[in-house]
Design a protein around this ligand. Structure first.
Ligand code: T3D
Length: 263
């Protein structure tokens, strides 16, 4: 299948989605939303895909909404950004968040506006040393959307989240890694290799177990301890009956490498 605004490939159980409008730093148009949505549905529904890697083409990761599509003359009606968020950005973030497989984001360059929020919605973020994160919203009178006001304080604490969101300053990938906002910062020429290595590893692991880990950790942010303990119990009960648990234990006892099927 060919796309206008993205590239998509599946190899060795890893799906790679590349945002591909490099001249506009991979900013989102309606077409890009539609194409991303269609491949994310495929990733969700295809059990043979066991890890998703998201990255960008060219020198940017994603500059958020394409602002050319938001330019209005003084006599024109303002666009309904709430509708855009409801129809496009919120479902995108929910899909990444709810996906029952790990999502790696390889941030190859600047991630601004919703681009930064999309990166933060992924499970493991690895960035090139030259990449950066910019909460650009305040510079055009908006708020961090796509989960930005939710993920930023959780990743960084309120003081840093507020300063970044109110000032719109550029946060370097190195600083983001030092502050724990992302997993890792690597040399530019190693980014794709390292991200693919990580994805290839995750695609061989017990996918169902990883999905439950992701869900539990995501929910832990708003659950009280007693609710979380119950949720852990339910997950353990379910996973104790999985083929991959059986295989993991057998491989340990037989002193061999496990062969997980993802179920
Ligand atoms: O509207 C809704 O649906 C609601 C949802 C909104 C979500 C949002 O994301 S709102 C925030 C939108 N994004 C921004 O405000 C970021 C705008 N971009 C920038 O501030 C800068 O481009 C960057 C800081 C990201 C990078 O700066 P720099 O100096 O490295 O690059 P540049 O020269 O500004 O950009 C390179 C090209 O990309 C340039 O085009 P040109 O001049 O070479 O033809 C620039 O216009 C284009 N570009 C960058 N960002 C966008 C964009 N074109 C359209 N929309 C963009 N967001």
């Amino acid at each position: 299948m060919t796309f206008e605004t993205i590239a998509f490939e599946v190899e060795n159980n890893v799906a790679k989605l590349t945002l591909n409008r490099p001249d506009s730093l991979n900013s989102f148009t309606q077409k890009m939303h539609e194409e991303v949505r269609s491949v994310l549905t495929q990733v969700r529904d295809d059990a043979s895909i066991r890890c998703l890697l998201i990255t960008g083409a060219g020198r940017g990761f994603c500059a958020g909404q394409d602002l050319n599509d938001r330019s209005v003359k003084s006599d024109q009606a303002a666009p309904d950004l709430g509708e855009s968020v409801e129809k496009n950005y919120n479902p995108l973030i929910r899909t990444i968040f709810d996906l029952e497989k790990p999502v790696i984001c390889a941030v190859n360059g600047v991630a601004a506006g919703a681009g930064a929020s999309i990166a933060l919605a992924c499970d493991i973020v690895i960035a090139a040393r030259s990449a950066s994160f910019i909460q650009a919203f305040c510079k055009i009178g908006l708020v961090p959307d796509s989960g930005g006001t939710w993920s930023l304080p959780r990743a960084l604490g309120l003081p840093r989240a507020k300063a970044l969101a109110l000032l719109g300053d550029k946060l370097s990938a190195e600083q983001a890694a030092q502050w724990g906002m992302i997993w890792q910062c690597v040399d530019d020429d190693k980014l794709q290799e390292e991200a693919l290595k990580l994805a290839a590893h995750l695609a061989t692991q017990p996918t169902k177990g990883l999905a439950r880990i992701k869900k539990l950790l995501n929910e832990s942010m708003s659950n009280p301890l007693h609710v979380q303990l119950e949720a852990e119990k339910a997950a353990m009960r379910e996973l104790g009956r999985s083929n991959d648990y059986r295989e993991g234990v057998a491989a340990f006892i037989e002193k061999r490498a496990p062969k997980f099927q993802g179920n």
